[in-house]
Design a protein around this ligand. Structure first.
Ligand code: ASP
Ligand code: MG
Length: 421
């Protein structure tokens, strides 16, 4: 990505340039918008240069998507992006009005007005470049810039959107383009937690995480940051601070790996309830069969996640994989095709599984983490259906009934309620 940066060291000594992003729940109604405006006013008064990125008001993007879906059939991407981008247009204009009412010099910007240029892909566009000149001119004249998140413009002049949760990406990319001191993600929770606090009452906000840990958590169901925004922040080394919009508690810093971070074996336990599992037994040992199955899934845009394959003594292959629940029936139908050609093939499906994962940089240098996870789950009588691992993650696929129990038991096992020293 090509970003035009500002490298003026003298600026940093004078005041800070902050990109602050507010999520939809913080902008849910006019009272909330007014409260956000007040926070921005105080911050700007303190001398910080502010670029504020906003999401659509809570529930608005879902509402707009549902309106379009009422027409059923093939939804035109161009019009869909044009429609859903209006959510952010509304909140940016309202917030800028609220700021003006408080006598704060403010201006609202849409993606194409900056411009934030993106790839052609409507609905899931990539940011290609940002021209920060107009924004800079505005904030260095003492104004607050309020930017509609989640949107950009492609080479054909079409309004594009950046995928769900894409305002985080807008904020991180702007922080990069403006060479900001910090990118703050202001949300309805106090930061990134050691586990979902609705499941585990002992969960607490984590002080510091490295990008890779955050990326794993974001891909494993933590909603607090969009995964692509974390990738971008990692690539451009932009520190992110996740904090509560209205409360004054310390939040979570997401940053490059630092010495000592490996000391914590497990940083968090995540829980993802969006997938289903399909197992195919007795497949003949023919690599072409497996590859044509995955090809058929890919052609329908079904992304496959945890994949476990083993070969039995009889030379047959057993294959287990997970897919998003939204495409579960399509995936199952595709898997059934394997049976048509060979009647000894058996298919078992489990639509409601939960992926419970332990994530921590310390796993790289500590052994015995898997032993503790399996020991804990077996003590609780929880069967593990499939496992996938990375250098810093162990992910277990479980029956949905046991998901919450597993999260609490693992949180306890790794002593996460207590702040590490
Ligand atoms: N409004 C969009 C969504 O709901 C983008 C965002 O909030 O970040 O996904
Ligand atoms: Mg979000």
């Amino acid at each position: 990505m090509f970003l035009l940066g500002l490298n003026n060291p003298s600026r940093k000594a004078v005041s800070k340039l902050i990109v602050q992003k507010f999520g939809g729940t913080s902008l849910a109604d006019l009272d909330c918008i007014e409260k956000v405006a007040e926070r921005i006013r105080l911050r700007a008064q303190g001398g910080d240069r502010m670029v504020v990125v906003v999401s659509a008001m809570a529930g608005e993007t879902d509402r707009l998507e549902a309106l379009a879906n009422r027409f059923c059939g093939e939804i035109p991407h161009r019009e869909m992006d044009m429609l859903v981008a209006t959510g952010e247009q509304v909140s940016a204009s309202l917030l800028s009005m609220a700021l003006k009412k408080k006598a704060v010099k403010s201006r609202a910007f849409l993606g194409h007005q900056i411009p934030i240029r993106t790839s052609e892909d409507l609905g899931e566009a990539r940011i290609e470049s940002i021209d920060p000149r107009e924004l800079k001119e505005w904030i260095f004249s003492g104004g607050v810039a309020v930017v509609a998140g989640y949107q950009g413009v492609n080479a054909r002049g079409e309004i594009t959107t950046l995928g769900r949760g894409g305002s985080d990406l807008t904020a991180v990319a702007l922080a990069g383009a403006l060479d900001a001191d910090l990118c703050e993600i202001c949300t309805d929770v106090r930061g990134v937690y050691t586990a979902d606090p609705r499941i585990c009452s002992e969960a607490r906000p984590i002080r510091k995480l490295c990008y890779d840990e955050m990326l794993e958590l974001a891909c494993l169901g933590a909603k607090v940051l969009q995964a692509r925004s974390v990738q971008l922040a990692k690539r451009y080394q932009i520190p992110i601070y996740v904090r509560s919009s209205f409360e004054q508690h310390p939040g979570t810093t997401v940053t490059t790996e630092e010495l000592g971070m490996e000391g914590t074996v497990v940083s968090a336990i995540s829980c993802d309830r969006t997938e289903g599992k399909i197992s195919i037994r007795n497949l003949s040992e023919d690599a072409e069969k497996t590859s044509s199955l995955f090809r058929a899934l890919a052609e329908q845009d079904i992304s496959v996640d945890v994949i476990v394959q083993d070969r039995s003594d009889s030379g047959k292959v057993n294959l287990t994989f997970t897919v998003p629940r939204l495409c579960f029936s399509k995936a199952l139908e595709t898997a059934q095709l394997c049976k048509e050609e060979d009647h000894s093939v058996e298919i078992k499906s489990h639509e409601k599984v939960t992926k419970v994962s332990a994530v921590g940089l310390g796993m790289r240098s500590h052994s015995g983490v898997a032993a503790r996870i399996f020991g804990t789950l077996s003590r609780e009588g929880i069967e593990v259906m499939a496992v996938s691992t990375s250098e810093i993650k162990i992910c277990c696929v479980l029956d949905e009934r046991y998901g919450e129990l597993a999260v609490r038991a693992l949180h306890e096992e790794f002593g996460l309620a207590k702040e590490p020293n």
